[in-house]
Ligand binder design. Structure first.
Ligand code: GTP
Ligand code: MG
Length: 552
């Protein structure tokens, strides 16, 4: 991490001269002092690290020292961490990709009595012991890095023990946000899936997108993957003169049909060959065709898509927004959590607000502060240079990649105030005739009569929240109204007395997450679906197996 050199006034895209914000009094903004890596540089670095990593199932009593000593015969290990999911796993990153070759050469095939193994040699391995060797480290047990968010009751307890709502918000952010280890694991799982697809498309890549990389991920969120075949199918740069050769290829009627057939084959291969991938569902007729599965060793629910370049660009846009000011992530995580506990959003698709739409509402609100906390998408485009130019399917998706160019006037509002103002803003927003426009940072007249209209920042004719019905929007507005009112009341400050019995009374942010808030707002809880999706059933089945094992 490198410090930004002394600031210089710069011309903001809106035409006003802005100065680089200094750390505002009372507002923690250390991120502004740091030059964040560009989205692509960060992605590429993580992807390359994942390529030289392996995932090893170990004994729960494994000794880190013994494991590293054993692995060091294949090369230097540059990073290693352990976690517990359905068993104990080590993520081991070698300093060189060559080490993986040596490691594979010395790895045995599993011996089976009644079954036969499918001989696909992946980077998901098991540490076995032979004869007198022992994995155990005695009393020196390894540290397990959590890969899922803590249960809500525990979180509410922790929040209630804080002294102010601002401290609660900061505690919530650190409890929910993705850890460095979790992000590494996400890239590793993408890299493992890439190995399967590479059997057909040797130069393909699989990139995580969505909340795994946009800065707003919460521990336990799904893993959205984008299978990129472009590198595999690109034409040579130089135009041939004279003779040249052309591939003979099968043809399909449309780009969509090609995506469907590629995903279908990759899904079959993942199902047949890739250890740890279970519950594969092909959802190829969706607007965006996808393959859904659970990656059991990591516990991730994965959604694999292809030909989804705009979503990748949206992830970059959100990453840029999340990097501009650290209050952005704090507010997004808090509002997303609030929305989830009150059923404003859901893990399944439906007529309710998606996390993506909700995030757009929060970002828009931050663009409208005075002075703005976030730039508009047009401003990000105007700050871009030649190398940032990007056009996807005729849409201009250009945004600046050098984050140090984004400079705004100082806004010193606390996160607590922003949360309160967010609720007030949307409690009174004229949704019936106005639309949200992130490109301009201004509301505009609705072009169509859907209850909620959020213009897609990269596909101006599309409404990101087309799925939302009036009842779900009303529910959101009622909860905003109730939450704004609640934060204004005394209940928003820590009670003077803490009851005996150890557990603090829920107050402030913690109380905002209690079901009583929705009851006070007069909104009904949504009825639980009778049957969970197959992937969820597989997850809970695995969970129950793991619980019964560990209790034996
Ligand atoms: P989580 O709920 O934490 O998974 O958030 P997420 O941002 O990853 O959302 P989700 O998994 O539903 O979608 C993944 C990505 O797909 C998003 O980040 C967007 O880039 C894109 N996306 C999702 N929904 C929409 C939509 O309605 N319109 C558009 N244009 N893109 C969407
Ligand atoms: Mg997601």
């Amino acid at each position: 991490r490198r410090l930004i050199p002394p600031s210089q006034p710069c011309r903001a895209a809106g035409g006003t001269v802005a100065t680089r914000p200094e750390a505002a009094k009372g507002v923690q903004r250390p991120d502004l002092q740091v030059v964040r890596k560009s989205f692509h540089a960060l992605q590429e670095e993580r992807r390359e690290r994942a390529e030289r990593s392996v995932l090893i199932s170990c004994s729960p009593k494994v000794s880190e020292k013994k494991l590293l000593k054993f692995l060091s015969q294949h090369g230097n290990v540059s990073n290693c961490f352990f976690y517990q999911s359905y068993g104990v796993y080590a993520v081991v990153e070698f300093a060189s990709k060559n080490s993986i070759v040596g490691l594979h050469e010395s790895t045995s095939l599993p011996s089976m009595h009644h079954e036969v193994s499918v001989p696909f040699k992946s980077r998901l391995l098991t540490l076995k012991t032979n004869g007198s060797a022992d994995q155990s480290g005695g009393s020196n047990s390894v540290e397990f890095h959590p890969q899922v968010a803590m249960p809500i009751n525990e979180l509410l307890q922790q929040l209630s023990a804080e002294e102010s709502v601002d401290q609660q918000l900061s505690r919530l952010t650190s409890a929910l946000q993705l850890t460095e280890e979790n992000v590494s694991l996400r890239f590793l799982v993408c890299s493992l899936v890439k190995d399967v697809a590479a059997a057909f498309f040797p130069k393909c890549t699989v990139h995580p997108f969505g909340s795994s990389v946009n800065g707003f991920g919460k521990l336990g969120c799904d893993l959205d993957m984008f299978l990129d075949l472009d590198a595999a199918s690109g034409n040579p740069k130089r135009k041939p003169s004279g003779f040249y050769l052309e591939y003979q290829m099968k043809r399909e009627a449309s780009e969509r049909a090609v995506t469907q057939s590629v995903l279908s084959v990759v899904a079959e291969s993942v199902e047949q060959f890739s250890p740890g991938c279970v519950g594969i569902q092909k959802i190829l007729n969706a607007r965006c065709p996808l393959v859904r599965f659970s990656h059991q060793p990591s516990g991730f629910q994965c959604d694999l898509t292809a030909n989804n370049r705009v979503a990748m660009k949206s992830s970059e846009l959100l990453y840029v927004f999340s990097s501009v000011d650290e209050r952005v992530r704090g507010l997004v995580l808090a509002v997303r959590y609030w929305a989830r506990v009150h059923g404003v959003t859901s893990s399944v698709a439906g007529a309710w607000i998606s996390n993506f739409s909700l995030t757009a509402l929060i970002l828009f609100f931050l663009q409208t502060r005075g002075p703005p906390i976030l730039p508009t998408v047009d401003q990000l485009r105007d700050l871009a240079d030649q190398s940032d130019q990007c056009c996807v399917e005729g849409n201009d998706c250009t945004i600046v990649s050098d984050l140090s160019r984004i400079r705004l006037q100082t806004n010193t509002e606390s996160l607590e105030r922003l949360l309160q103002e967010f609720f007030e803003f949307y409690a009174a927003f004229p949704f019936n005739h106005m639309s949200i426009n992130l490109r301009k940072g201004k509301e505009q007249n609705k072009p169509e009569s859907t209850p909620l209209h959020i213009q897609n920042p990269f596909e101006a004719t599309l409404n990101v929240s087309k799925n939302v019905n009036a009842a779900q929007l009303d529910r959101f507005v009622a909860l905003c109204r109730e939450s704004a009112w609640f934060l204004q009341q005394e209940a928003g400050s820590k009670p003077a007395t803490v009851p005996t019995g150890g557990s603090a009374q829920a107050w402030g942010l913690a109380a905002l997450f209690l079901p009583s808030l929705a009851q006070a707002a007069g909104v009904k809880g949504r009825r639980k679906k009778k049957r969970e999706p197959a992937s969820e059933r597989v997850k809970s089945l695995l969970q129950s197996i793991s619980t019964s094992h560990s209790s034996q």
